[in-house]
Design a protein around this ligand. Structure first.
Ligand SMILES: [Zn+2]
Ligand SMILES: [Zn+2]
Length: 178
């Protein structure tokens, strides 16, 4: 492939001063293949960074999440419906969550993050992976898919015991070695 593109690297996608055609996006996607997306800089909902919140970045759990799909998906559980954003004819971003939570503004933001070749995520506070006593984050967001700095995604299994929270003055505190 030696055709000249005005998009030369993933970070060029989404730059507003460039005219990006659907064809460019398609070609870039095929060039990128299954390249991992790095997490975006801020939590999609509260717009804080992971350094401010601590814990892990969550991309999906039981009733809230964002994932890629080759097919359009919609409907599902009426209280937690699925919603698809079309990227192109063969790629959709599927959003699921509590009915009404996906505002137009939030959907635009997700699109923007994807076209910037990043992955949107939620912090543990927004997802509710917090201590039932003090409200601080839990040591581990059990039952969630999390994304790391390098774009690797892994699932945190339900442990079968309380992971404890990070707040030293809370009776639910547990010290975890990393
Ligand atoms: Zn958040
Ligand atoms: Zn606590």
């Amino acid at each position: 492939m030696n055709k000249e593109f005005h998009i030369k690297s993933p970070s060029d996608i989404g730059k507003q001063n460039q005219k990006v055609s659907a064809e460019d996006i398609r070609i870039i996607k095929s060039l990128l293949g299954n390249k991992k997306r790095k997490p975006s800089s801020h939590c999609l909902l509260c717009k804080k960074t992971i350094e401010e919140i601590g814990g892990k970045r969550i991309i999906a759990q039981k009733t809230l999440g964002i994932y890629n799909s080759k097919i359009y998906r919609g409907g599902g559980d009426p209280d937690f419906p699925e919603l698809s954003i079309k990227l192109d004819d063969a790629n959709y971003i599927v959003l699921c969550g509590k009915k009404g939570m996906w505002t137009d503004e939030l959907i635009e933001k997700v699109k923007e993050i994807y076209l910037n070749d990043e992955c949107p995520w939620f912090c543990q506070k927004c997802v509710g992976k917090t201590c039932h006593i003090c409200g601080e984050i839990l040591n581990n967001p059990i039952g969630s898919d999390v994304i790391y700095d390098d774009g690797c995604i892994s699932h945190v299994a339900i442990l079968g015991y309380n992971p404890g929270c990070v707040n030293e003055s809370c009776e639910n505190y547990k010290k975890w070695s990393k």
